[in-house]
Write a protein that binds this ligand. Structure first.
Ligand SMILES: Cc1ncc(COP(=O)(O)O)c(C=O)c1O
Length: 549
């Protein structure tokens, strides 16, 4: 296979090490190390460390056995429900529609009814404070085995928040630093009451768009009221019938929906795997469209900056080299990476030292690092002008609320140092330090931790659903709030806890969490790693992240 860009070694990305094929870099079993080297026009030369350790065989066997037993009991319970012996609380077909094709019955529905319901108390917990480093959780109980919940009226105060995407710690309750947001609220109010193309384009939107373009060092940007819709409504404006989308298998649902709505042909490549992507690109160029063999009208590669369930970072230098080689377009979703990676928080292009002009479409959201709402598309002026006319979001969706726009402006100025301080930079550095500390301590304890050592999204593998539930329940008792995820958000046997590290976490908070996790790991026997040493901690020079104030 051709080595794109001459010598990049992200090739053969290693989800669970199934496709371990490192070109010229170091490759470890059980803790894969990949190093991206000088690549094409990229000056990226620091270590690129990602770990996807496979679970021991016995863990997989017990995990599938657990699902098997749960499924058997599920069938038994369904039988009892169908025979009227047990009350069925789930959505069922109406009697008068019984000859219709079923509206609800599918595997996910069976799984939801019989497996998810048993552990459902760990999800959708209402919060009654700002999602800061600590937050307040409303206490609730169930009288019918998780089918319904009842609030007790009590509040669990000061729970350490390890789950919100509050990477820079800027999703906090009101303080004086937000006075401009208050002023905008007083001047403009909350609602806009119109779309961008009608009466909903405010001077605040224009100010924000200019700032986003400046921040990303691109020609222009457009902002939208919702991050999810930024993907799902703009991808169909860019590609359609006769076009080909090459999509990473772990792309977010909003990208998947946008791709499907576009009507373009979609082909999936293995997560971050350059051989898989290059094969699809080569086939697309050689064979063209099915049957007619005409050339594809456009080829669009869809990737994310940081993958929100794996904590991995896109192999951008290699992807840029491939897209240039095969003359494809690149669309990158920076929902999790904007503000959180790169020396000044400019995302993965800055992280790898890639020229922003090499990326055709930058997409990102303001819901994570910016503590606000909405999304953006940025890039060349003609691209953005085109979307201002053709995007469904521009034509049919009410535009962003002005105080939200002002919160984003405030945070972006903070990150860029336009407020005259280095407070934004300090937060970015604090996040980087907290991330490395948290990841390395977890790896040393013996947990299987996925992803890139620089990713503040930290998935800790638990595998067995019963352990997932016990893990989250025990931690909440110790006033630690965590997000646990399983199928269908992850592969069936790869349930996990997904921590989001924040710059707002103090060392004491992280130590409290780590201590609890250490105990929990022993109690539940989930320290599955065979490689207790952190993946190459010696590569980090902590001082290199210290900036002068
Ligand atoms: C990669 C990615 N893209 C898009 C979105 C949707 O963004 P929002 O939640 O701001 O609507 C998310 C949400 O988490 C995401 O992870």
């Amino acid at each position: 296979m051709a080595d794109p860009g001459g010598g990049a070694v992200c090739n053969g990305t290693l989800h669970n090490q199934r496709a371990a094929d490192c070109h010229g870099g170091n490759c470890w079993k059980n803790g894969v190390v990949k190093e991206a080297q000088q690549n094409g026009n990229s000056n990226f030369c620091k270590p690129f460390v990602e770990s996807f350790e496979e679970a021991p065989l016995h863990v997989m066997v017990f995990t599938y056995l657990g699902y098997g037993i749960g499924t058997l009991f599920g069938y038994l319970r369904d039988f009892l429900r169908n025979s009227g012996i047990e009350k069925c609380n789930a959505a069922v077909e109406r009697e008068e529609q019984k000859d219709f094709v079923p509206l609800y019955q599918n595997f996910e529905n069976f799984y939801t009814r019989n497996l998810y319901m048993r552990i459902r108390d760990n999800w959708n917990r209402p919060i009654c404070s700002a999602p800061g480093a600590v937050f307040d959780v409303m206490e609730r109980v169930t009288d019918d085995y998780n089918w319904t919940f009842r609030f007790t009226g009590r509040v669990i105060k000061d729970v350490i928040n390890m789950g919100s995407y509050n990477f820079l710690g800027l999703a906090a309750k009101y303080d004086e630093s937000m006075s401009t947001v208050k002023a905008v609220l007083e001047t403009y109010g909350l609602g806009v009451g119109s779309t961008r193309q009608e009466m909903g384009t405010l001077d605040k939107h224009k100010e924000l768009e200019d700032l986003v373009a400046k921040f990303l060092n691109v020609e222009d940007a457009m902002v939208f009221g919702m991050g999810f819709a930024t993907n799902s409504m703009n991808i169909p404006a860019l590609v359609g019938k006769g076009c080909l989308i090459l999509s990473d298998e772990l792309n977010h649902a909003s990208l998947v929906l946008g791709a499907r709505l576009s009507g373009a042909t979609i082909r999936i490549f293995k997560h971050n795997n350059m051989q898989s992507l290059e094969k699809l690109l080569r086939d697309a160029v050689i064979y063209g469209q099915p049957r007619t063999r005409r050339a594809w009208r456009k080829i669009l590669i869809l990737v994310e900056g940081i993958y929100s369930m794996e904590g991995s970072i896109v192999c951008l230098p290699d992807i840029v080299a491939l897209k240039k080689k095969y003359k494809a377009y690149l669309y990158i979703d920076e929902a999790h990476s904007i503000g959180s990676v790169g020396p000044t928080g400019r995302g993965v292009a800055e992280f790898f030292g890639i020229d922003p002009r090499d990326i055709d479409v930058f997409m990102g959201t303001f819901t994570k690092s910016f503590g606000a709402a909405g999304g953006y598309i940025a890039g060349r002026k003609d691209l953005v002008d085109y979307l201002r006319t053709y995007s469904h979001s521009a034509a049919y969706a009410t535009s962003m609320s002005p105080p939200v726009a002002e919160q984003i402006i405030r945070v972006m100025k903070l990150i860029m140092g336009l407020d005259g301080t280095t407070k934004g930079l300090q937060r970015i550095q604090q996040l980087a330090k907290n991330t490395r500390y948290f990841r390395q301590r977890l790896s040393k304890m013996g947990f299987i931790v996925y992803g890139n050592e620089e990713s503040p999204v930290v998935p800790l593998l638990l595998y067995m659903p019963a352990k997932v539930a016990a893990f989250a329940r025990h931690l909440l008792k110790r006033k630690i709030g965590v997000v646990v995820v399983g199928f269908p958000a992850t592969p069936l046997a790869e349930a996990r806890a997904r921590f989001c590290v924040s710059a707002a976490h103090t060392r004491e908070m992280l130590d409290t969490v780590l201590e609890a996790l250490d105990e929990m790991g022993d109690l539940l026997d989930v320290k599955y790693s065979r490689n207790r040493k952190s993946a190459r901690p010696e590569l980090y020079d902590e001082m290199s992240f210290e900036l002068e104030d």
